[in-house]
Structures are given as C-alpha cells and as structure tokens.
Design a protein. Structure first.
Length: 274
C-alpha cells in the first residue's frame, strides 16, 4: 500500500470520497475548491473468476482496506481529519453482497460481471419488459437483479439483506444499516423513473422487497460517523456520511460531462461511454 500524500495545507472544511474499485480502494480528500489535500489507496484481493462465468471477491476485505486508507489520509491533513465534514462512497455498479441480520456477509460478494443468474435475468426481462422499455433499459445476463434472487435461493431464511458495496462500507462508518442510492440500485431492479423497486418483477420471482435496502437520492445523508469508525479512521465523530454514486456516474460528473452535447469515456476494468 502506498503512503498518503499531502498536497496543500489550508484549514477550510473538506470532504472525502471513497472509491471501492475492482482491484483497489482509493480515498481522496478535497476542499471546497476541489483542491486535493491528501489521498491514499490500498489493494484488494483480485476477484475469483471461473470459466462458468462466476466472479467473486471477499467482501470482508473492503472495510480493512478502506479503514487503512482513511487513516493515512486523515493523518496527512493539517488538522488530522478534524476538518472533514462529509464522506461518501462510490463503487462498481452491480456488485452485491448477501448478509445476515447483523450485516455480516454470508458469502463472497458477487461481482458486476458475474453471470451465474443469467437465466433469472432473462425471466426478469420478460416479466418486466414494459417497465424496462419505458426506462430504455434491459436486464442483461450480469444484472444484479438475478443474482439477488440467486442469493435468496442459495441462503434461504439466513438471508436478511442484499446490499451493494456502499451499504457494506456505510454500515461500518455509521454503526448501523444505511440506505442505498438510486445509481447503485439501478442494476438491482430499481426504477428511478417511478422511484420504486420493480415490484411486479420481484413478485413474479418470489423475492421479498424487504431484503432490499431503502433507496434515496445521491448526496442524501445516510447517517454520521460513529465512535468506533472515528477511532479507527481519524474521521471526526458525527461527520456526515452521504450517499454516493457508481464509479462510472461519479467519473462522468467529475469530467463535467453533465449536459447534452458533452460526453466522456471511462476506462477501467471495463470501458464506458456516457
């Protein structure tokens, strides 16, 4: 892991963005003018992919990597992190984690490119075709919606929540369950146009909506940093934890491609044109 780097030394309020990517975690702290004050990163174990189309990663590795990168970032700030007023999490689109009532993962995270539920997704496409057509979307073989159903069929009554990466990290930051944002929920079957989960699709697949998180707009406050996370990361206790967006959407906004006629290509593990 690389050390955090200090860029400038103003004492104005600052915010932190956490990006849980495929291969690493990145933490960046910026001030109100967008100037980078400090940053750090940590490696994640590579996903385990098979010829059968499965793709998994140990979800338990996320928080230790985030915690370490946050500690090094806040340690490089002029006020040791006390200037941070808000933090948000961005992650890969469509990665989900089955958890029990305590929020602990029941198994590995099912990554965004996992195809084990392609048949379920085909059924979801058929059942919800009118809804998806209205949204201009389709349920592809790697959609998180089908994998959520797979989790229920695999873990049964032990499954209490199907979470996206930010909710897993958000629970560690706040000490309690947090909502998701509609950006991360989109591939899991959320209809952002109607502001609801695709209830008729989940009903046809015998999947209780209670297993899915509450959905709110990006930038909504999900909670505040709790005492345990504050001690572990250097973030101030009570610091606002805000909902983020997927890595692709966050990257698009960061480039300024936010109006018709402007576009951006984002190159990572995949290539996305927005």
């Amino acid at each position: 892991m690389s050390s955090a780097s200090r860029r400038t030394t103003p004492h104005s309020p600052a915010v932190i963005g956490i990006d849980v990517a495929t291969a690493s975690v990145r933490v960046v702290c910026v001030d109100g003018r967008g100037r980078v004050l400090a940053e750090a990163r940590g490696e994640l174990p590579p996903p385990v992919r098979t010829a059968a189309g499965t793709s998994e990663q140990d979800a338990r590795s996320w928080w230790p990597a985030v915690r370490s990168a946050l500690r090094r970032t806040t340690g490089a700030l002029p006020r040791g992190g006390r200037e941070v007023i808000a933090v948000a999490v961005s992650a890969t689109s469509g990665t989900i984690v089955p958890t029990g009532a305590d929020g602990v993962p029941l198994g590995p995270a099912l990554m965004y490119d996992d195809r084990r539920a392609a048949d379920v997704n085909a059924e979801a496409q058929r059942v919800g075709s009118a809804r998806w057509d209205a949204l201009g979307l389709s349920v592809g073989p790697t959609a998180a919606l089908g994998r959520a159903v797979w989790c229920l069929r695999t873990y049964g009554s032990g499954l209490r929540h199907v979470l996206h990466t930010p909710e897993v990290v958000g629970r560690e930051l706040t000490g309690r369950p947090v909502a998701t944002d509609w950006s991360h929920a989109l591939k899991s079957g959320y209809d952002a146009r109607s502001a609801e989960w695709a209830h008729e699709v989940f009903a046809a697949l015998d999947f209780p909506l209670a297993l899915l998180p509450t959905v709110r707009a990006p930038a909504t406050e999900a909670g505040v940093v709790g005492p345990d996370a504050a001690e572990a990361t250097g973030l101030p206790e009570g610091c606002s934890v805000r909902l983020g967006m997927t890595d692709g959407c966050a990257g698009q906004i960061a480039t300024g491609a936010v109006e018709p006629g402007r576009f951006v290509g984002v190159l990572g593990t995949t290539y996305v044109l927005k």
